[in-house]
Design a protein around this ligand. Structure first.
Ligand SMILES: Nc1ncnc2c1ncn2[C@@H]1O[C@H](COP(=O)(O)OP(=O)(O)O)[C@@H](O)[C@H]1O
Ligand SMILES: [Mg+2]
Length: 333
């Protein structure tokens, strides 16, 4: 556990590509992100924008072939994860870096009890003996608010509800006290009440333990609940980064505005609900210039001919950046 503002993860100009029949899919195409210890960074964007591939790249889990890291750096704990051996990455995963996936059933082993699975993780990474590992499993189940942990420790995944299974996943992920937790759409499969409980749980663990959290979601409503800062991703790139309050008060990218408009919550407060027209372009064929221009109401000739760089927005925090030629006009939208 380090200084509160210590940089935990720094992704620089990451490019993760996939070879396919149509050529090369540039799923992640020049992404830079910074995550500090104890901070929750939300990564949002529609489906197909490259969020999961960003997460898999950090974890060293991009399937190769067809995927490969085409460029960039992933700095974590003084190392560049794009350069370390598969063995070293295995050691980091589950230990220093943990992950929670969208669907716990695919990550949990159906023939082992949840206790055995948590125990296996801590025995493998922490070298605990059998009894200590079981005690740790019960302690972790209690930590994630699973009722009667001494009994549930012997349950099989299918005997638990979806929300309980997601809690087990979080217990497993947190059992080795990771410095970095990557949660990829951890609540989409859950109903709204359970979703709120799971987000609160992640937030509590993060605050108590100083874990850095990369929270990936397609839902801006989710990041509003827990993120400190938000990075908005579109077509393999980060198009806007801001502290969560600033993003809400003054979104500077037309895509971010579109994402807000499509939130059912805001629609209930009197605004009309609009899905963004069109769809995310294929990673095999991005438009020239700004990749959002084909869906953007502010698009001009400049947007087709030149790609907007991420540039600072003048705000109080000084931590707001946007990649849009017409950021000064988003107020018109
Ligand atoms: N295993 C794969 N093989 C080929 N292309 C892939 C693979 N996984 C992801 N991609 C490409 O990466 C793009 C981004 O995917 P993903 O990161 O899963 O998006 P998100 O998580 O934002 O919904 C996809 O549209 C697809 O083109
Ligand atoms: Mg995804």
């Amino acid at each position: 556990m380090g200084e509160p503002h210590e940089t935990l993860l720094e992704v620089r100009d990451l490019r993760t590509y996939f070879r396919g029949e149509e050529g090369v899919a540039k799923a992640v195409d020049g992404v830079s992100l910074t995550l500090r210890a104890g901070e929750t960074l939300g990564l949002v964007g529609e489906s197909g924008c490259g969020k999961s591939v960003t997460a898999l790249s950090i974890l060293g889990l991009v399937p190769n072939p067809p995927g490969y890291i085409a460029g960039g750096e992933i700095r974590f704990a003084g190392r560049d994860l794009t350069q370390v051996s598969a063995n070293e990455l295995r050691g980091l995963r589950g230990n220093d870096i943990a992950m929670i996936f969208q669907e716990p059933m695919t990550a949990l082993n159906p023939v082992l009890t949840v206790g055995e699975q948590i125990a296996e993780t801590v025995r493998l990474h922490r070298g605990l003996g059998r009894d200590a590992a079981r005690a740790r499993a019960i302690e972790m189940l209690a930590l994630v608010n699973i009722p009667s942990p001494e009994e549930r420790v012997d349950a099989y995944p299918h005997q638990l509800s979806g929300g309980m299974r997601q809690r087990v996943m979080i217990a497993m992920a947190m059992s080795c006290d990771p410095r970095l937790l990557i949660a990829d759409d951890p609540t989409t499969a859950l109903d709204v009440t359970v979703q709120a409980q799971i987000l609160e749980l992640i937030e509590t663990l993060q605050t108590e333990r100083g874990t850095g959290v990369l929270l990936i979601t397609h839902d801006l409503g989710v990041v509003a609940e827990v993120a400190d800062r938000v990075a908005v991703m579109y077509a393999g790139k980060i198009v806007e980064v801001a502290p969560v309050d600033e993003l809400y008060e003054r979104p500077a990218h037309p895509y971010t505005v579109g994402l807000f408009r499509s939130l059912p919550d805001l629609a209930q407060h009197g605004e009309r609900l609009h899905a963004i027209e069109g769809s995310v372009p294929s990673a095999f064929r991005y438009p020239t210039g700004c990749r959002y221009r084909t869906r953007c109401p502010l698009a001009s000739e400049l947007c087709a001919s030149s790609e907007p760089p991420l540039a600072s927005v003048a705000t109080a925090s000084g931590a707001h950046t946007v990649a849009c030629h017409h950021a000064d006009r988003v107020g018109e939208l």
